[in-house]
Design a protein around this ligand. Structure first.
Ligand code: IFM
Length: 452
């Protein structure tokens, strides 16, 4: 078999997010985030799980960094918990919170690992939710204030900045369907929340440019580039709708293309956001790269096939021949290639791209002696997606790095601990870390000794 390896300098990393791994929610001066409130509300998260302890990375970050180093990872994408830095969301800066991330960053650098910091991965300080959260434009100003504190505190020690992670989820799952914190169920509000998130991104970017920092800054989106289930006009139209609502709504403003609003008219229960011209200018502040989180590609139809529920935006994600993961997400490695090509064309090749998340939840089990975790399905998933990424690079896509989701099993939001995405198995009772076979696979891919 032909050995295929990644170009020199391609950045291999892993990713996590603060609420999913840190635990220590009441320590170090941190106050509650919307996820603390939400997960402690009965009926919101599988098995009543919370992020109170998670995988205790707050106390065990050195162990985790040692494991990253041993696998050869060159970057760690973590998120900074806003409620550790500004526990009330504004005003008082918490020195202990700053110290925690400084230590984490120093430890990464000592291990030869780049620090890739996401400013917002969904843990909004509860105090800000109490004044309207992302439905309140003022939250965007508070985000800019928080970003500014981070730029000053961590400065050039951060190697890459990411303003937001997956604003679609924060807006639509958080305010529209209520599946995520803060658990609001009003689809007419969701796109205003999305708009305010992009406004926050623009403000944070504008402030960044005044700090003379050299590290690149970008945003991570979970855009979707689905395909029509059947080759007919109605399904192509459904795909177009999905692309507008899940992809172009979040991407177009960054590219000075405004908001695609034409589908809102056919869905009176979805309200378009209130648009202000000056905000549009801000949202279009130049980013240095675009982060993409890719997990699946859906086949989309205008009609249900097997009683599927309509997506809130009025189209159906229907079954296809692809196998699915424990999340029920279809495994479509070719979809990653298609998405990378689409984005490259759409952005006219102007933006370096990073896959800031990719991975899968499978039913992992430990060997009987507890020392190994064989996860061949995850290895097959990673291998096929890496091959797709490499195909894209060979076909001209400016893809510069790949972050596996996730370093270690963690709190998978509304699914709690019932879904495992890690390259490292977490024994939640003892907090023991057991590298899975996929961890060793990635180690060899990074070393260039294993083919994708
Ligand atoms: O765990 C999440 C992550 O926080 C955001 N992207 C998708 C992952 C898997 O669901």
């Amino acid at each position: 078999m032909k050995q295929r390896t990644f170009p020199q300098g391609f950045l291999f990393g892993t990713a996590t997010a603060s609420y999913q791994v840190e635990g220590a929610v009441g320590e170090g001066g941190r106050k509650a985030s919307i996820w603390d409130t939400f997960s402690h509300t009965p009926g919101t998260v599988t098995n009543g799980d919370t992020g109170d302890i998670a995988v205790d990375q707050y106390h065990r970050y050195k162990d985790d960094i040692a494991l990253m180093k041993a696998a050869g990872f060159k970057a760690y994408r973590f998120s900074i918990a806003w409620p550790r830095i500004l526990p009330e969301g504004r005003g008082n800066v918490n020195a202990e919170g700053i110290a925690y991330y400084r230590n984490l960053i120093d430890e990464l650098h000592a291990a030869g690992i780049e620090a890739v910091a996401t400013l917002y991965h969904w843990d909004l300080p509860q105090d800000l939710e109490d004044t309207g959260g992302w439905l309140n434009r003022d939250t965007a100003l508070r985000f800019a204030e928080y970003a500014e504190v981070c730029y000053s505190a961590f400065g050039s020690s951060i190697d890459m900045w990411i303003t937001l992670n997956e604003p679609w989820c924060a807006a639509v799952l958080g305010y529209g369907t209520g599946l995520h914190a803060p658990g609001k169920h009003d689809l007419s509000l969701a796109w205003q929340a999305g708009y305010n998130l992009l406004y926050a991104h623009g403000l944070a970017l504008q402030r960044y440019r005044t700090h003379s920092l050299n590290a690149p800054i970008g945003i991570t989106l979970n855009i979707e580039t689905p395909r029509p289930a059947v080759s007919r006009a109605e399904d192509r139209e459904a795909v177009d709708k999905a692309m507008d609502m899940k992809t172009r709504f979040f991407l177009d403003p960054l590219l000075s293309k405004g908001f695609p609003l034409r589908h809102f008219a056919s869905y009176p229960h979805l309200s378009p956001p209130q648009i202000n011209r000056e905000d549009l200018q801000l949202m279009a502040e130049k980013i240095d790269f675009l982060g993409l989180n890719y997990y699946y590609e859906h086949a989309i139809s205008s009609v249900p096939q097997k009683g599927e529920k309509p997506h809130p935006e009025g189209f159906y994600e229907v079954a296809s021949h692809h196998a699915t993961t424990e999340m029920g997400w279809p495994v479509v490695p070719q979809g990653l290639y298609r998405q990378l090509k689409w984005v490259t064309e759409y952005t006219e090749g102007s933006l370096p791209l990073y896959i800031t998340e990719n991975g899968c939840a499978v039913a992992d089990e430990l060997s009987t002696d507890g020392s190994r975790c064989h996860d061949p399905e995850r290895i097959a998933y990673l291998r096929s997606h890496l091959a797709s990424a490499l195909d894209a690079i060979e076909d001209g896509v400016p893809l510069k790095g790949y972050f596996a989701w996730s370093l270690i099993d963690n709190f998978e939001w509304a699914f709690g601990y019932s879904r495992r995405f890690g390259l490292i198995y977490a024994d939640y009772a003892s907090q023991e870390r057991i590298p899975k076979d996929s961890y060793y696979y990635m180690r060899e891919v990074i070393a260039g000794s294993e083919s994708v």
